[in-house]
Design a protein around this ligand. Structure first.
Ligand code: SAM
Length: 272
């Protein structure tokens, strides 16, 4: 199997920074990502950004079918070559952020797993797209820059804890399965990466209120929760203070000090 550099050379493909094209050069890493993601025979997989198709090939060797969304249509000659003979792969040349959730469900039709080496410039929007829409999602295994991985798994009372941590942890069990050096990519980015696996669990109650509350709590990180609730959720001072008192929370507490469970409890109280 040709490695990614010779594939790109053969097709005279020049990588594009604007699309976050940092391709994996290490073949062992490709297989390791597939192992980490727990892909099994019979699985349906959605991949974001197949690039030169080397990770896609590794996924398709294991899964039943792969839907790969690629924004850059000029990769078509490259993908035509690398994916020749892989009849279980469908490449869709679309910006994933412009694919409406219902459209994606119609295309894929089955419960699915996401596997991707995500482009850095849209990591968070892609994560929120999959987490906040009602997809029949089983798991999501993504290569992201290390800082984002740390935010995804962060605990409360740490600087990395925020909206992304709670969006992830309220929907999934999250673990970093692998740390990856920047040297494993071409071109080499100026950050290291990590693979994070999210195993989606049962939904929580009061999802909308929870999400709104979390965004409000972190809208201004240095402000107290009371002030953020007043400013971003339109509560009066008395209303916000009454809510925190009912929840047994200090009136001077900041959002970053609240655990996921405390946010869930608050969302419950707001609903009541
Ligand atoms: N999967 C390949 C690999 O691991 O070597 C390439 C990963 S590269 C980090 C990200 C890929 O996502 C690129 O192929 C890029 O063109 C594609 N991409 C960037 N933005 C996209 C978007 N909005 N929708 C779909 N694909 C996108």
């Amino acid at each position: 199997m040709d490695n990614v550099l010779s594939i790109l050379r053969q097709k005279n493909f020049v990588t594009k920074k604007k699309f976050g094209q940092n391709f994996i050069t290490d073949t062992n890493l490709l297989d390791a990502i597939v192992v980490d993601s727990g892909i099994e025979e019979g699985d349906t997989v959605v991949e974001i950004g197949p690039g030169a198709g080397t990770l896609t090939r590794a996924i398709a060797s294991k899964a039943a079918e792969v839907f790969a969304f690629e924004i850059d249509e000029s990769l078509s000659p490259v993908l035509g070559e690398t994916l020749r003979g892989f009849d279980n792969v469908k490449v869709i040349y679309r910006d994933i952020m412009k694919v409406k959730p219902d459209e994606l469900k119609d295309i894929v039709k089955k419960p699915f797993k996401v596997v991707a080496n995500l482009p850095y410039y849209i990591t968070s929007p892609v994560l929120f797209y999959f987490l906040e829409n009602d997809f029949p999602l089983i798991s999501l295994s993504v290569m992201v820059q290390k800082e984002v991985a740390l935010r995804m798994i962060a605990a409360h009372n740490t600087p990395d804890y925020g909206v992304l941590s709670l969006a992830v942890q309220s929907r999934a069990r999250a673990e970093i399965t692998r740390h990856v050096s920047r040297k494993m990519f071409f071109p080499e980015p100026n950050v290291d990466s990590a693979v994070v696996k999210l195993s989606i669990h049962e939904g929580i109650k009061n999802r909308k209120t929870f999400d709104k509350l979390v965004r409000a709590a972190f809208s201004c990180r240095r402000k107290t929760l009371v002030n953020n609730l007043m400013q971003s959720m339109g509560l009066s001072r008395e209303g916000a203070e009454e809510l925190l008192t009912k929840a047994g929370l200090d009136l001077k507490i900041r959002g970053e000090a609240l655990s996921k469970e405390q946010f869930l409890h608050l969302a419950d109280l707001i609903e009541k």
